[in-house]
Write a new protein. Structure first.
Lengths: 266, 478
């Protein structure tokens, strides 16, 4: 992985032309750094364009009950990918399905997704799930692979995440790892996020509004600084937008009481 | 071997040594013990006998696909057209004999023009059918006794007699059986398993046991099968591999594919997955001396010209991946969404096996609702298979929830929308619609708690339907 972010122009030292190999590397690193914007201007600016499409990204739930928010956020990110024939693989174990329920296609389509593109893989345990995820990422059949795990699992370690990250970098598949009810451990993911659900802008009659999340970037391999923001998903445009906070301030979460920090695990 | 017959322990079978001591099946155990005090006795287990016979029959499929059990002790093989592989029928019989004796089993082999004649000759150890006793007619004790009284002791004696009086005296069945014994009428045997039209077999002079050798052989066979499939313009949907072990055991491996294929490389990947996923690994024992690949299920697959510009075919890649995961995890673990006509939320959406027999075009087109701009999703993105019971505090009995407790956590409701009333499908009930009959009306609420989590709750039953309706959490919104 090229550590230098946004390395667009080849650097020409005086009198030396870049070698073909160098250009090829340049081209490759650009291709590998094809970015997926979230659609929310503030977030994309902090991410310098978006998250790397050909890479592994981790999503932790803020509190135990926020694992659903992490799953939803990962799923919505996958829908940001341009339409293609390639499917979106949702891989989870028996345990995850029991604790978190199953995906419900009517809800998915109401959020702007196409349930026909979803392929569900349910494995008996995490070992099978990791293997299935690696296979799905390696094949050209998937545009995104989402692996959902629940609880602190020793199997999801540096080695196994690196395997997924390398495969994703090779094939350009967006690999998303949802980690409900777990504490961050070293991993090879390009970005690590903490996702909490956030109060929505109410509709008339005080009805719950559009899906809103408090997201905070915990770690970025490209060097972007950690930040927190509140975003709302708009299913009509299939993109996030910066959720307005009361008072029309910036999207930075300043209210520590409702902010994600307050829900951080001990 | 002993067995309880008519209230007494009797011998069911005995080995040659016991025979030599004068013991015969049918003898009471007490009598046998009196004659041979140190008699070793075991319980007779007919099921195990039959299983063993089935095992032998599997092993005999190396000679011919048409193999039939003849309980309690016989096997019938139809070797029509199969002898030339071994030279002639006698050499084939010799090979069978050698194989059985290698395991310390004795067997009696007879060749006959009809299954009945071969069976009778083997059973009564006769060289010619005319020497076989009349008991081979299977006509029952009465018939056999009557024939013997008339001085007719063997089939040979009967053969020269006119048939009509025989039929008049003993019935048509005896005459039919006689004709079959005398090879005048040839019934076909019903094989245990019919051999598919496409199969390739590899024989080995010496058994092979290394997994790599086995895989290499299967690959070669897969290439052969692919050629046959190509000639027919077909692709296999199911492939079966039979590994014949030299000790008679036959291991089976079956691989299913979602779309017809004749790609040997793809097939090999699936087979490797299959072997890896076996709960008890392949045990080559003394090695395999015959491997057969069969294609029991094939479908039309047009020949395609592969273009020079190779575009990645995501459809084919997806099919390959689905096959691979289905083989490893089990087909029922790789699924796709499928809609069903129902307004009960959990009944409306099913999941079906992605690797399905039904062609994808035949699936009912799902009519998933399109999102309404500005409106949030009215259905959760996650649904609990069984609704989760919750404790709810509501403002008034029919009112909306104020707070609820789920998984030991109290959620204070800040925003709420509802109710959305969903009636039960009363037409599913025998007594039709009646208040409080079977299913209850559900009142669904979309709620958001003080921490911004959005849930889908319902109250099961109206207050005029049941005394105390209970609340459940059914789904979770993004």
């Amino acid at each position: 992985m090229n550590k230098k972010p946004n390395h667009i122009q080849p650097t020409l030292s005086a009198g030396a032309f870049p070698s073909v190999q160098g250009m090829w590397k340049q081209y490759q690193s650009d291709a590998a750094q094809s970015l997926l914007p979230t659609g929310a201007p503030y977030v994309d600016e902090r991410l310098r364009g978006g998250i790397t499409q050909a890479g592994l990204h981790e999503f932790f739930g803020g509190a135990k009950a926020d694992s659903h928010a992490a799953a939803a956020f990962a799923l919505l990110l996958a829908w940001r990918l341009p339409e293609s024939d390639a499917g979106i693989f949702w891989i989870s174990g028996d345990k995850e399905r029991q604790t978190s329920g199953r995906l419900y296609p009517y809800g998915l389509s109401a959020m702007g997704g196409d349930p026909a593109r979803m392929l569900l893989v349910q494995t008996a345990d995490l070992r099978d799930a990791l293997r299935a995820a690696a296979d799905a990422i390696r094949s050209k059949a998937a545009s995104a692979v989402i692996l959902e795990t629940h609880g602190n699992a020793r199997l999801v370690d540096l080695t196994s995440t690196r395997r997924l990250a390398l495969a994703a970098a090779e094939t350009g598949v967006l690999a998303l790892l949802v980690r409900g009810d777990a504490v961050p451990m070293p991993s090879a993911a390009r970005t690590r996020w903490r996702i909490c659900s956030a109060p929505s802008a109410p509709l008339p009659g005080n009805a719950p509004g559009l899906p809103t999340f408090d997201i905070s970037l915990l770690r970025h391999r490209g060097g972007a600084a950690p930040f927190a923001a509140r975003v709302t998903w708009d299913h009509a445009t299939r993109s996030f937008f910066d959720a307005p906070l009361s008072g029309g301030l910036s999207a930075i979460v300043t209210d520590t009481k409702t902010g994600p920090e307050s829900r951080q695990r001990a | 071997m002993v067995e309880k017959q008519r209230g007494a322990m009797r011998l069911a079978a005995c080995d040659p040594a016991a025979h030599a001591l004068g013991l015969t099946p049918g003898m009471a155990l007490a009598d046998a013990r009196a004659r041979v005090p140190d008699l070793a006795v075991f319980d007779h287990d007919p099921v195990a006998d039959l299983n063993l016979l089935g095992w032998f029959a599997d092993g005999c499929e190396r000679y011919t696909p048409a193999c039939m059990l003849d309980p309690p002790q016989g096997l019938l093989l139809d070797i029509t057209g199969c002898e030339h592989v071994f030279g002639d029928a006698a050499r084939l019989a010799k090979d069978v004999q050698a194989r059985f004796s290698r395991h310390g089993l004795s067997c009696r082999i007879a060749l006959g023009g009809t299954p009945d004649s071969a069976q009778a000759k083997a059973r009564y150890a006769a060289r010619a059918i005319s020497d076989v006793p009349v008991e081979a007619l299977d006509g029952g004790d009465k018939v056999h006794k009557a024939l013997r009284r008339a001085g007719l002791r063997s089939i040979g004696d009967l053969a020269v007699r006119p048939r009509k009086p025989l039929a008049a005296r003993f019935g048509q069945a005896v005459v039919v059986r006689l004709a079959r014994l005398l090879e005048e009428e040839d019934p076909r045997i019903t094989p245990r398993r019919s051999l598919p039209t496409i199969h390739v077999t590899q024989n080995f002079a010496e058994p092979i046991s290394r997994t790599n050798d086995v895989l290499a052989t299967i690959e070669m066979l897969a290439g052969g099968a692919a050629l046959q499939l190509q000639e027919r313009g077909q692709g296999g949907r199911r492939f079966e591999i039979r590994l014949f072990r030299s000790d008679g055991h036959v291991a089976r491996l079956a691989v299913d594919t979602g779309t017809p294929t004749r790609d040997a490389a793809l097939l090999m990947r699936l087979i490797r997955e299959r072997i890896d996923a076996l709960s008890d690994p392949l045990d080559p024992g003394f090695g395999y001396d015959l491997i057969r690949l069969e294609v029991p299920l094939a479908e039309v697959l047009a020949n395609v010209q592969v273009g020079l510009e190779t575009k990645i075919d995501t459809g084919a890649a997806a099919a390959a991946l689905i096959d691979r995961l289905s083989v490893r995890l089990g087909a029922e673990r790789v699924r796709q969404f499928h809609a069903r006509q129902s307004h009960i939320p959990e009944r409306a959406a099913l999941e079906r096996v992605a690797q399905s027999d039904v062609a994808k075009a035949d699936w009912p087109k799902a009519d998933w609702p399109k999102p309404v701009p500005g409106e949030p999703a009215m259905r959760p993105f996650r649904l609990f298979e069984t609704p989760q019971p919750i404790e709810v505090t509501a403002g008034f009995p029919e009112g909306e929830p104020r707070s609820f407790r789920w998984r030991r956590h109290v959620h204070r409701v800040t925003r709420v929308e509802g109710p959305e009333r969903i009636s039960p499908e009363w037409w599913r009930h025998a007594r039709g619609y009646a208040p409080g009959n079977g299913s209850l009306t559900r009142d669904y609420y979309r709620v958001e708690d003080n921490e911004g989590r959005r849930f889908w709750l319902f109250r099961r039953g109206l207050y005029d339907e049941i005394e105390r309706p209970l609340w459940y959490l059914h789904g979770i919104f993004a």
